[in-house]
Design a protein around this ligand. Structure first.
Ligand SMILES: Nc1ncnc2c1ncn2[C@@H]1O[C@H](COP(=O)(O)OP(=O)(O)OP(=O)(O)O)[C@@H](O)[C@H]1O
Ligand SMILES: [Mg+2]
Length: 320
């Protein structure tokens, strides 16, 4: 941890987050966000937009991808209902020598380092915490930490955005803050082509046939206004692969342990967990050889189980 002094008070700064995911598909929203952070004149100021949309549509991914595009370090602060103003700014912590040390939050670390602060799920935190950001989000660009007794001015390269879910378990963000969190960038469900690209980018090793089924499933669900997102699609794909790998490992093991004369479908021997069955070890399946487990009726069975496991039986009607 790096430490700096502000008005004689030593403050420890956190390390940035490492995020590798890139943004694929809807480039409009990426360009909007990048435009908000651009300066068109030496006296211009960046904007602090709100990324809104249903859970799992890619709000956090978009914010991180935009930060990577402008090559600034990323500092993600996860807001919760329990976030207090000092958590958001600077927290006093007891050091080894019994003295108090001051630790900057991810947000304040970004302000000092000239990074991008992503206040994730901002509408989960209450008005008191938002109030402490009011001066940061207008032309003043500073915060005041009552606990550490310092005022911290944002680095000129500092950029900010917040993500907000459209669900109801959150606080109403006060008007005077909403007016500082402009513009709103709405992220909708992706279309079929974009969903293909997103699944492929996130699961490059998944057979195309599985991706086709999952995209088809998601598109049908979107048409019926279901809240299932591309994150659910990624989880279903992941689950299909794991269930398939586990099944083929189990079949391999059965083949090896059965005498040739005994048909394997008549045995229902439980797995011997003490002998470390191969399905519990992490030997990867060779997916390039199109294993039979991911074809035809086998694949449909796996999709059924994966959708059921990830979203429940209500979702099965969108599988065809
Ligand atoms: N356009 C995209 N490009 C690449 N990956 C994407 C895209 N959209 C979504 N994803 C992937 O979908 C998953 C969910 O995205 P993310 O976590 O950003 O959603 P979110 O809107 O922030 O969800 P929440 O509201 O629950 O926080 C991630 O694994 C992400 O990699
Ligand atoms: Mg998110």
């Amino acid at each position: 941890m790096r430490s700096i002094e502000i008005n004689g008070v030593p403050i420890e700064i956190g390390a940035p987050d490492t995020v590798d995911n890139d943004w694929v598909g809807n480039l409009d929203v990426l360009h909007q966000l990048l435009a908000c952070w651009m300066l068109v004149h030496p006296d211009d100021l960046p904007m602090s937009p709100r990324l809104i949309g249903r859970p799992g549509v890619g709000k956090t991914t978009l914010a991180c991808a935009a930060a990577r595009r402008i090559e600034r370090p990323i500092f993600i602060f996860q807001a919760t209902m329990d976030t207090r103003p000092e958590d958001l700014l600077i927290t006093p912590v007891l050091a080894e020598n019994g003295r108090i040390k001051y630790v900057a939050s991810a947000l304040v670390s970004a302000m000092i380092e000239g990074g991008v602060a992503i206040l994730d799920e901002g509408n989960r935190m209450g008005e008191k915490s938002w109030a402490s950001l009011a001066p940061l989000l207008d032309h003043r660009r500073y915060i005041e930490s009552i606990v550490a007794g310092v005022k911290v001015k944002a680095h000129p390269e500092f950029r900010f955005c917040t993500t907000m879910n459209e669900d109801s378990s959150t606080y109403e963000v006060p008007e005077y803050i909403q007016s500082r969190l402009q513009p709103q960038i709405y992220i909708d469900f992706a279309d079929a082509n974009e969903e293909q690209e997103i699944l492929r980018a996130n699961m490059p090793f998944a057979p195309q046939e599985i991706i086709n089924y999952v995209v088809n499933f998601l598109q049908k669900a979107h048409a019926s206004e279901e809240p299932y997102s591309v994150r659910d699609g990624i989880n279903i794909t992941r689950m299909v692969l794991k269930l398939g790998a586990a099944r083929s490992a189990r079949e391999d093991q059965q083949d090896r342990s059965e005498p040739a004369s005994k048909p394997s479908d008549l045995t229902s021997k439980p797995l011997d967990l003490t002998s470390k069955p191969s399905e519990l070890t992490s030997k990867p399946l060779d997916l390039t050889s199109k294993p039979a487990v991911f074809q035809g009726a086998n694949l449909r069975g796996l999709l059924h189980d994966a959708v059921m496991g990830v979203l429940g039986d209500e979702a099965l009607r969108y599988l065809s």
